[in-house]
Design a protein around this ligand. Structure first.
Ligand code: NAD
Length: 366
C-alpha cells in the first residue's frame, strides 16, 4: 500500500466509523417513526363516528384515538369513559384552537354535517393539525378551496375520506379498465339510492347539507365514474325528480345525470333518497363487461364479469385502511392518495349537475 492509498483507506474507514452510529441512529429513528401511532381527534360524534370510525381506529396500525371534538357534554363523558380519553384532549367546536398546545393529536378527522367541514378543517389546520375530512369535502367549490388553502398555508395535509378508493373490489375494477382486460370501456353505469328517513334531520336542510341525495350518496357514483375512467368529464346533463315535496322541499330527492368523458366514454348515473336497494356499478367495454352489485357498502360488496368469473375479496375495514394510508402519508412526508383537491373536483361537477337540472341544459366542464 502506498502512502497515498493508505491515507485514502484511513480517511474512508474513519469516515465510515464516524458515520456508522449516525446511520444506525437515523434508521432506528426512522423505524421508531414508522411504528409510531398517530393521535387522531374525531370531530363530530354522530352515527358514522360512533358505529364505524371509532371501531376502525382500534384496527389501524398507525392511528390511535387520542381526542374528541363535540358540542354535547354527555357524548364527551361517554367517549372518555369508553376510550380512556384524557380531559385535556376533549374539545368543543369553539375550543379547537387549543389543540395547538396538544402534541398528542396529529390529525383531526372531520365527521360533522357537510356545511361545517370548512369551519372545522380550517380550525384544525390553524392549530397545526393535519385534516382528514368526510365526503363531500364541502358544499361549494369556494369553501373547498378555502380548506385546501388553509392546510397548505399551515403546511399540513388535507385528505378526503373516499373509502371506496380502498375497497379491493373497486381497485380490481380499476385494474380491469387500465389493463383493458375486456377492451376499451364505452359505457359506465353507476347508481346509489338510500331511504334517507324522517324529516327534521340535517341531511334534509340545505344550509347544513348543501344538497340531498346527490351530495350524500350520488357522490359515490360520480367518484366511481372518474376513478374508473381515469378521466375528467367534459359535459354533464341532469334531471331532477321530486315526489315528496314536503320532505324534500330544500334538497334533491332523485337525480339522474349523464357525463361525457374525453375518450368518448359515457356515464349514466342515478341517485335517490326515496328508497334503498340500488347500489351498482357496471362497465361495458368492447369485448365484455363487469359489475359490482352491491358496490358501495362498508363491506360485503361483490361483482361478476362477462367471462363468468366472480369479483369477490375478503372483507376489509375501509375506514381503517383509509386512516392508515393517511397516517403513512404524514409519517413518510408524502402526498396523500386522496387529497382535498379530489374532493373539490367532485363538488365542482355536482354544482354543474345541479345547474343542468335547474336550467334544463347540458353544462360544459371545460
Ligand atoms: P350524524 O348526524 O350522525 O352526525 C353528525 C354529528 O355532527 C353529530 O354528532 C352532531 O351532533 C354533530 N353536529 C355538530 N354541529 C351540528 C349542527 N349544527 N347540526 C347538526 N349536527 C351537528 O351524521 P353522520 O352520518 O355521522 O355524517 C357526518 C358526515 O360523515 C357527513 O359529512 C356525511 O356525509 C359523512 N358520512 C360519510 C360516510 C362514509 O361512508 N364515508 C357515511 C355516513 C356519513
Amino acid at each position: 500500500m502506498t502512502d497515498a492509498s493508505r491515507r485514502r483507506f484511513l480517511t474512508q474507514t474513519t469516515a465510515a466509523l464516524v458515520a456508522a452510529p449516525f446511520i444506525s441512529t437515523t434508521s432506528t429513528r426512522a423505524r421508531a417513526q414508522q411504528s409510531r401511532k398517530l393521535g387522531v381527534a374525531v370531530c363530530g360524534l354522530g352515527k358514522l363516528s360512533t358505529d364505524q370510525i371509532a371501531p376502525a381506529l382500534a384496527k389501524t396500525q398507525h392511528c390511535r384515538l387520542a381526542g374528541i371534538v363535540t358540542g354535547t357534554p354527555a357524548k364527551a363523558a361517554a367517549w372518555k369513559a369508553k376510550y380512556g380519553i384524557a380531559d385535556r384532549s376533549v374539545y368543543s367546536y369553539d375550543t379547537m384552537h387549543r389543540m395547538a398546545e396538544n402534541p398528542d393529536i396529529d390529525f383531526v378527522y372531520v365527521v360533522t354535517p357537510n356545511a361545517l367541514h370548512a369551519q372545522h378543517t380550517i380550525a384544525a389546520a390553524k392549530a397545526g393539525k393535519h385534516v382528514f375530512c368526510e365526503k363531500p369535502l364541502e358544499i361549494s367549490v369556494e369553501r373547498c378551496q378555502q380548506m385546501i388553502d388553509a392546510c397548505r398555508d399551515a403546511k399540513r395535509l388535507l385528505g378526503t375520506a373516499y373509502r371506496c378508493q380502498y375497497d379491493p373490489h373497486h381497485l380490481e375494477c380499476i385494474r380491469l379498465v387500465r389493463e383493458e382486460v375486456f377492451g376499451k370501456p364505452n359505457i359506465v353505469q353507476a347508481g346509489f339510492a338510500i331511504n334517507v328517513g324522517a324529516p327534521g334531520q340535517w341531511r334534509l336542510q340545505r344550509a347544513l347539507a348543501g344538497g340531498g341525495a346527490l351530495m350524500d350518496v350520488g357522490i359515490y357514483a360520480l367518484q366511481a365514474t372518474r376513478y374508473l375512467t381515469g378521466e375528467e368529464p367534459v359535459l354533464v346533463s341532469a334531471q331532477e325528480t321530486k315526489t315528496d315535496l314536503a320532505r324534500f322541499s330544500e334538497v334533491d330527492e332523485s337525480m339522474v345525470w349523464t357525463t361525457k368523458f374525453p375518450s368518448g366514454v359515457v356515464a349514466y348515473c342515478s341517485t335517490s333518497y326515496k328508497a334503498g336497494g340500488i347500489q351498482n356499478l357496471r362497465v361495458n367495454a368492447d369485448r365484455g363487461w363487469f359489475e359490482l352489485d352491491p358496490a358501495f357498502f362498508y363491506d360485503g360488496n361483490r361483482g361478476r364479469r362477462s367471462d363468468g368469473k366472480e369479483i369477490r375479496f375478503p372483507q376489509t375495514d375501509l375506514f381503517a385502511a383509509e386512516m392508515d394510508d393517511f397516517a403513512r402519508a404524514i409519517i413518510e412526508s408524502r402526498p396523500t392518495k386522496v387529497p382535498g383537491e379530489e374532493g373539490l373536483r367532485d363538488v365542482r361537477i355536482m354544482q354543474a349537475i345541479y345547474e343542468s337540472a335547474r336550467t334544463g341544459r347540458a353544462v360544459s366542464l371545460v
